[in-house]
Design a protein around this ligand. Structure first.
Ligand code: IMP
Length: 389
């Protein structure tokens, strides 16, 4: 059973934790898009690990972790991330990098979102992809050309131990193994389907796995969308259920909503089922993992956006308006759910969740028309409920 993990919102949904758990049952873990703009935090055996590009599956011994052709790599960031893992005693011998991945050069970083219009992470992601599609990018394999300039040679040394020159054989050898495709960012940051232009420059959607990994779509059995029980966003761009009030601040503080890569406070708001229904469709999601529902433990009530109201016409819509210029005309239509007012972080079985928490989750399933397979009730590996287990 091969699975893709996809962020179902604007990134930071808690994918790393879900990936970390599912990686235990995978032989090959592939990162298929994005670069070190991603920030993944994994808490394992009481230690906190921060990842940007390297698949968190590296924490398990004996797994192959492949950084695919669809990714972009900032050499200095890669070097310090690998160095940090080695310093923490992690065995990185399973780490492999595609020679077809793109290299972020210093001029890409310098050219990234100079006026802050997009609120990018300033890791050179957009300019690296721009050059790739303009067919003037630098790929990892180019660093090893015999007549490569000095900087290329310096970078080649960083990548040399990890470049997977025989990646075709490696992928063939793993064809019947268990494969986990690890997406970064989220569906709403997808360059084709997200809140353009306030997006990243790659395809975090499930389909991106088939482009960026080297395997085709027939290799994918499940696409697991990871979503918080509320919504967060870093950077600019529309966010219809954003809360600019005490409730938003409460969510931020209880949920520790500050960026892993940039430290920026994240914008917070209620769960938006309109956007999520859209993410289910275009992200190709087949199941959901709902994270951080424990953040609501102390809440009296929880709101859930089920539709948008167009203030120009009064019309109610449940289809996502894809032109972000129109978003200022939409107001969220909320239904209110009673909170459960107890600590659920120690619960391990779905049946043991408080009735109000189960009602909220059941309503999400009804609105989104896909099953919730996983519920996360805390940052630790074991604070996870697998439905039906
Ligand atoms: P870029 O990917 O650095 O170009 O940034 C483009 C947009 O995507 C900005 O709004 C970033 O804040 C957002 N973004 C990029 N990576 C992540 C991530 O891993 N989590 C959340 N937002 C991200």
């Amino acid at each position: 059973m091969n699975k893709v993990i996809v962020g179902a919102q604007w990134g930071d949904e808690g994918k790393a934790k879900i990936t970390d758990i599912l990686a235990a049952d995978a032989d090959l873990i592939i990162r298929y898009q994005g670069g070190c703009n991603a920030g993944h935090t994994v808490v394992a055996d009481g230690k906190t690990f921060k990842f940007h590009l390297i698949p968190s599956g590296i924490l398990y011994k004996g797994k192959t972790c492949f950084i695919g052709a669809g990714t972009v790599i900032l050499p200095e960031s890669f070097e310090s991330e690998v160095g940090g893992l080695i310093a923490q005693g992690i065995d990185v011998s399973g780490l492999k990098v595609s020679p077809l991945a793109s290299v972020t050069m210093p001029y890409h970083v310098a050219a990234d979102d100079p006026d802050g219009k997009i609120g990018s992470t300033r890791k050179g992601i957009g300019p690296t992809y721009t050059d790739k599609y303009a067919r003037k990018g630098v790929k990892i394999q180019d660093l090893f050309e015999p007549d490569a300039p000095e900087l290329y040679q310096k970078y080649a040394k960083i990548f040399e131990p990890y470049v997977c020159w025989d990646w075709q054989d490696m992928l063939r050898a793993h064809k019947n193994d268990r494969i986990l495709f690890e997406g970064a960012q989220g569906v709403m940051l997808d360059v084709d389907y997200g809140t353009y232009p306030f997006v990243t420059s790659s395809n975090p959607i499930g389909g991106g796995a088939a482009v960026g990994s080297g395997y085709g779509p027939a290799m994918i059995d499940e696409v697991i969308g990871v979503a918080k029980a509320y919504v967060t966003r870093v950077g600019e761009g529309p966010f219809i259920t954003e809360l600019d009030d005490e409730t938003g601040e409460n969510i931020r503080q209880i949920g520790a909503e500050f960026g892993t890569t940039t430290g920026r406070p994240r914008r917070c708001g209620w769960f938006d089922a309109v956007t999520m229904r859209y993410a289910v469709l275009v992200g190709g999601l087949t199941q959901l993992a709902i994270t951080k529902i424990d953040v609501f433990d102390s809440f009296d009530e929880i709101k859930l956006c089920t539709a948008y109201k167009d203030v120009r016409t009064g019309e109610i819509c449940t289809s996502y308006p894809t032109n972000v210029n129109s978003h200022k005309y939409y107001e969220p239509v909320y239904e209110t759910h009673a909170g459960w007012k107890r600590n659920i972080m120690g619960i391990r079985k779905y049946e043991d969740l408080p009735p109000n928490a189960k009602k909220y989750l059941a309503r999400l399933e009804e609105l989104l028309e896909i099953p919730i397979a996983i519920v996360s009730v805390g940052p630790q590996r074991d604070q996870t409920i697998f439905r039906g287990k």
